[in-house]
Unconditional design. Structure first.
Length: 588
């Protein structure tokens, strides 16, 4: 059953509303669509709640009481009778990798593993089905999410597969078995790649199988099955439809290569996009400033449509170039985030060095010079910062740039910003810095991080409320990378789950972490709407339901402001509209 059967849609005539309204009170503009008898959560500056909303073309015509909005009705206006259901701005995920995520299961469904034992059983089964010498690859299996709370050992991988190379991928950190090391010619004499490490036994100097930012040394095979451009485009459209089903109407694509931007632009030109996309460009620093600036030059080269790929602001309201990004450190889930104090020796990440604090990637002197040049060329800037010491380094870079050119209105960003301190909050406020954050890591990984880092350090983990209290804008995202399902994805991208996490601060085991940092309902909604629009200079166009803004909105099945906290995570979207066009309607 479509929305029309749920919310009593009628095609309005003067007779429906009454001749008095039509003759005496009809506004100078006529709406294409009106949603009435709703709870319209505007998310405007006063967080007003209204009764009805009128849409004309791709814009919101008016928001107000039923009687006020009825004035915009005409003989061809479509009326949606909401029956008290909530209308909200379309949701905005500040951080996804949709281009690659859309085809992450193209060659087959990615299995989920809850334990090392389960993963090893899968590897053994694969050895029975694959010929000797063929690769077995496990994607995004994080140690923090396994029952054993650690990575597998080389011995365990070798027992599971002695004749097949195994690649256990956790992103910047991975494990390889002996066969994979042998085929890749990784040995005791292998030198570390830049900013990476082939971890070796300190006594024997033999590789342990652990590769920190060094998986590029593996002789991995080409994918057996890759999508054609047409197949990739269809997969992308399918993923965006899944996003629409959860109420997502805008995304921040956080690592966008030219081929992805080209595809987004083609879909926009053919009117097939159902989400608006803000494209982050990524730059990897060279070993000197001259080569780094040449890389910056190359990033803005024009594409086949003659449109450049930068700087920030290039494009339109469907596909826009956003910030320039680099990587300050590794990952929190894999023990390579750059921390102020050592991680601590332990099995979770196979850390054996007492002084190990993670990995800081860039030469900060080169970064400061390059980012100053980028700022002067019009780029908004951000950087991946998982650890607190990485944030120190990035904010010091921003402060150095401030000495040369005023950045306080440029909305420079922090990507992730998992750990925060009073000192860095003050810097963020002085410099006008904002951040995009991922609540799902509290839910999925909070228990493991607590065991590894201890209660004291975890007091500063994702302190959402204090960010709000300090007046610093933060926006919510998922870092969606692998798998399509909104809950089962390696990083769950369901925005209602994310919203619930900010309200409950509960881990998967039921533990509540730092309850004083819970957001209010209003803050949680702003976190996934207007705040994300602000991060990308779009708050005058979307993120709230106000006249003249884009008609990007959703109807949901419950009152997010009053339902129980636990009911928030189960919210169902009944309708999603982008630019005045309905892109999703619920069915029974």
């Amino acid at each position: 059953m479509k929305l029309s059967n749920i919310l009593a849609v009628v095609s309005l005539s003067c007779a429906v509303l009454g001749s008095t309204v039509c003759k005496a009170n009809q506004a100078s503009e006529t709406a294409d669509l009106i949603i009435q008898n709703a709870k319209v959560v505007t998310v405007n500056s006063k967080f007003a709640v209204e009764e009805a909303i009128a849409v004309k073309g791709d814009r919101i015509l008016a928001v107000g009481k039923n009687k006020e909005i009825a004035r915009y009705a005409g003989p061809n206006t479509r009326i949606i009778e909401a029956k008290g259901k909530s209308v909200m701005p379309g949701l905005y995920d500040s951080h996804v990798h949709s281009y690659k995520a859309s085809v992450s299961e193209f060659a087959g469904t990615q299995p989920n593993f809850e334990s090392i034992a389960e993963a090893l059983h899968y590897i053994r089964k694969q050895t029975e089905e694959k010929p000797p010498g063929s690769w077995i690859i496990l994607e995004r299996v994080y140690p923090t999410r396994l029952k054993e709370g650690r990575l597998p050992t080389l011995v365990e991988l070798d027992k599971a597969a002695s004749n097949n190379p195994v690649y256990w991928n956790c992103g910047p950190v991975s494990m390889a078995n002996s066969k994979a090391l042998e085929l890749s010619k990784i040995s005791s004499s292998t030198t570390n790649p830049p900013s990476g490490e082939v971890v070796k036994n300190p006594k024997t100097l033999k590789p342990t199988g652990l590769l920190r930012n060094a998986a590029q040394l593996l002789a991995l095979p080409a994918p057996v099955k890759e999508p054609t451009p047409a197949e990739h485009q269809e997969a992308l459209k399918h993923l965006y439809h899944l996003y629409n089903e959860q109420g997502i109407t805008s995304i921040g694509e956080r690592r966008t290569e030219p081929e992805a931007i080209d595809m987004f632009r083609r879909l926009s030109k053919s009117n097939e996009l159902t989400v608006r996309i803000n494209c982050t460009r990524v730059i990897e620093l060279a070993t000197n400033i001259e080569e780094s600036i040449l890389r910056l030059d190359a990033i803005t080269n024009a594409g086949p449509d003659k449109l450049p790929y930068g700087p920030t602001g290039v494009g339109d309201d469907w596909v826009r170039i956003g910030p320039l990004k680099t990587f300050m450190d590794g990952g929190m889930l894999i023990g390579t985030a750059y921390m102020r104090t050592p991680w601590g020796v332990g099995p979770t990440y196979q850390i054996t060095e007492a002084a190990y604090r993670g990995i800081l990637y860039p030469n900060t002197e080169i970064l400061t010079e390059l980012y100053l040049e980028a700022a002067q060329r019009g780029w908004q800037l951000t950087a991946h910062c998982a650890g607190d010491a990485a944030m120190d380094a990035l904010l010091n870079t921003y402060q150095s740039i401030q000495f040369k050119t005023n950045i306080t209105q440029r909305r420079f960003l922090i990507t992730h910003g998992n750990f925060q301190t009073a000192q860095n909050w003050e810097k963020c406020k002085r410099l006008g810095v904002a951040a995009d954050m991922q609540p799902a890591w509290l839910y999925k990984d909070g228990d493991s991080l607590l065991r590894t880092l201890g209660e004291k350090r975890m007091e500063n983990f994702q302190p959402f409320k204090t960010w709000f209290d300090e007046g610093i804008i933060i926006g919510g995202g998922s870092d969606h990378m692998v798998k399509l399902d909104s809950i089962d994805a390696a990083n769950p991208w369901n925005p209602w789950l994310g919203m619930w996490i900010t309200l409950a601060r509960m881990t998967e085991s039921g533990r509540v972490l730092n309850p004083d940092e819970k957001l209010t309902r209003e803050q949680a909604i702003r976190f996934y709407t207007i705040n994300n629009a602000y991060l990308n200079f779009e708050e005058t166009k979307k993120g709230s339901l106000e006249a003249d803004k884009f008609a990007d909105l959703i109807i949901v099945d419950r009152d997010i402001l009053k339902c129980s906290v636990n009911d928030v995570r189960g919210t169902k979207v009944l309708m999603t509209m982008v630019g005045g066009k309905i892109v999703f309607e619920a069915k029974n």
